[in-house]
Write a protein that binds this ligand. Structure first.
Ligand SMILES: O=C(O)CCC(=O)C(=O)O
Ligand SMILES: [Fe+2]
Length: 217
């Protein structure tokens, strides 16, 4: 597909509704996140969706307790040179930034001072696809950095729970929303994307991360 004619239309406007949550790292009731609804305009969402259609999304196999399982979603990893992805014994080389995705990375930096050098793209084909409870607390993630999550497609519940108090908060993320997970979030909270069996439409999520290049040599 030729995107060149569309690129000029990718004007990034200011975001609208901004919901601030408590950004204190160790607060047990409110997770340290900022939810920015409609961060991307309809046009920006469409450009990104068109580009995603060309991503080499894969359903990789991971090893859990010695058994191999296919993940219940497809994914792709993009990043700067040396910003490879390590996940359950997998070493996935960073693919070079596609055009629209690199513009989105730049918008996160310009609008919200969010530095990133890599992004995990997850595609959930329908409500049977999901992601289990976890924190994004890999050692290669730069200490004190935020993780920026951008969503496209159908609305799905993104649930967070405090590791000690088990306080749960639900975010019904919609197409175009940005959820910034601030420092402290991965240390004190977990998150998940539960199954929603009535959902028949796809959802795509991008988590922009700032990692230490060549961490594993
Ligand atoms: O799809 C989502 O909203 C969550 C993705 C996620 O947690 C991750 O990529 O680590
Ligand atoms: Fe995550």
């Amino acid at each position: 597909m030729n995107l060149s004619g569309l690129q000029h239309g990718f004007d990034f406007g200011a975001s609208q509704a901004e919901l601030e949550f408590d950004t204190q790292a160790n607060h047990a009731l409110t997770p340290p996140v900022t939810w920015i609804k409609r961060f991307l305009s309809i046009k920006q969402q469409q450009l990104l969706l068109n580009e995603v259609a060309h991503y080499p999304l894969e359903r990789v196999s991971i090893e859990v307790f010695g058994k191999h399982h296919l993940i219940p979603r497809t994914q792709a990893w993009f990043g700067d040179q040396g910003c490879d992805y390590h996940y359950s014994k997998l070493h996935i080389k960073a693919l070079p930034w596609p055009n629209i995705l690199s513009r989105l990375r730049q918008k996160l930096l310009t609008d919200h001072q969010l530095h990133s050098n890599s992004v995990l793209v997850n595609r959930y084909a329908n409500g049977h696809d999901c992601m289990g409870w976890h924190s994004d607390d890999e050692p290669e993630i730069v200490e004190g950095s935020a993780i920026a999550s951008v969503t496209l497609g159908v609305c799905r519940d993104f649930v967070v729970r405090h590791k000690k108090t088990h306080t749960k908060v639900n975010f019904a993320l919609e197409s175009g929303d940005l959820l910034i997970m601030h420092p402290g979030m991965q240390q004190h909270w977990q998150h998940a994307l539960p199954k929603r069996l009535k959902v028949t439409q796809p959802r795509i999520n991008f988590t922009f991360r700032h990692i230490i290049p060549h961490f594993y040599g």
